[in-house]
Design a protein around this ligand. Structure first.
Ligand code: SAH
Length: 338
């Protein structure tokens, strides 16, 4: 079976022409798949019946299945998606009240190699990279299931996007062209693979960058994030400055507040020192428990003090809303478990 989600618009034209059909049929198919989120060929009402029948015999739109779907009290939906080989990873739909934004949080790998000590994905180890079309398929799955059009994509699901650079980059181009999502509405989040951050700046389409900093003390960061041993805070900062200079954009620094470890006033001071000459916003993420809990949630009071200290240093700070925690869809809770 041909999997149509694999094809770019040009490739779809080739495919259609090979079947002896006119080129404009590809445009119709394309619009049904990407804009109208058709889940099957029967709904494609302006495509003549015999061509639809032919398509049904030889092609599918997606080769993925929704293995499990959970809806949170706050409206967040978590999908466990099964890929053609039986591997699974999550995709999360987040809606924010009062905003027309519908964000898809996609996975770039099944599992992860980075080994961050506080993250549930790391605990399951690495399985494989996701293909470009498997990343696209996650967004199409949400659109088909809900009938809604995704407006923002964040690479914050399972995996380290810059460790699957090529496929992720191709996916970004297709999200931009095929799904018509502006490049500013596409964000990748990385644990800080410094040379790859620089490489990203050479591309024509440069996504918004979020970095999982989580700690501005190198020794403590080493304990919780093995990546610090390869690319330390200094390397990371150099790459972030490069990104800001090259793109004129700001980076978002994600910072997990872990009770009594990263949420202290001393740590806030280190963070202020680290970011004083960086064009950035800070996104504080209260630690989400992942079961085997060596770490604890921050106290509300400590979160507020931490936020205040950063704001006093002139930075824009947001505290990330905990979304979908009741269905284990919050940050760091994605482990592909069934
Ligand atoms: N590998 C990328 C993409 C994952 S994004 C990255 O590291 O950025 C998922 C975000 O959730 C990251 O910022 C990650 O550090 C954070 N996270 C992981 N475990 C968490 C936990 N238990 N509580 C809160 N946030 C967590």
């Amino acid at each position: 079976m041909e999997v149509l989600a694999k094809y770019s618009k040009d490739e779809l034209e080739n495919f259609v022409e090979k079947l002896g059909e006119k080129k404009f049929r590809a445009g119709q198919l394309f619009s049904w798949i990407y804009s109208k989120s058709a889940a099957d060929f029967d709904t494609m009402s302006d495509i003549k019946k015999d061509f639809r029948e032919k398509l049904k015999d030889i092609a599918v739109i997606l080769d993925t299945k929704i293995k499990k779907k959970q809806v949170s009290a706050d409206g967040t939906i978590k999908y466990l998606i099964e890929f053609h080989d039986g591997c699974c990873a999550e995709t999360v739909l987040m809606r924010f009240d009062n905003r027309a934004n519908l964000s898809a949080c996609v996975s770039s790998q099944v599992g992860c190699k980075m080994g961050c000590d506080f993250c549930a994905t790391a605990k399951r180890g690495f399985v494989r990279n996701l293909e470009t079309y498997e990343i696209i398929s996650q967004i199409l799955t949400i659109q088909q299931d809900t009938g809604l059009k995704i407006t923002n994509v964040v690479f914050m699901g399972q995996g380290e996007p810059l460790d699957n650079y090529k496929n992720v980059y191709e996916a970004i181009s297709r999200i931009n062209s095929d799904l018509s999502i502006g490049i500013r509405r596409i964000t990748i989040s990385t644990c800080g693979i410094a040379p790859k951050i620089k490489e990203l700046c050479d591309y024509e389409l440069i996504p918004t960058l979020a970095v999982s900093l989580h700690c501005a003390d190198s020794d403590v960061r080493k304990q919780i994030m093995p990546v610090e041993r390869r690319y330390n805070l200094e390397n990371l900062k150099e790459s972030l400055k490069y990104y800001c200079e090259k793109t004129g954009k700001r980076v978002t620094l994600e910072y997990i507040l872990i009770g009594s470890l990263t949420d202290t006033t001393q740590m806030a001071q280190k963070l202020c020192d680290y970011i004083c000459d960086l064009k950035c916003n800070i996104n504080l993420i209260p630690y989400n428990p992942i079961g085997v809990d060596k770490y604890k949630k921050p106290a509300k009071k400590d979160m507020m003090i931490f936020k205040y200290l950063l704001e006093s240093a002139g930075k824009k700070v947001t505290i990330r809303l905990e979304r979908g925690a009741d269905i284990d869809a919050a940050c760091g809770q994605l482990a592909g478990k069934e």
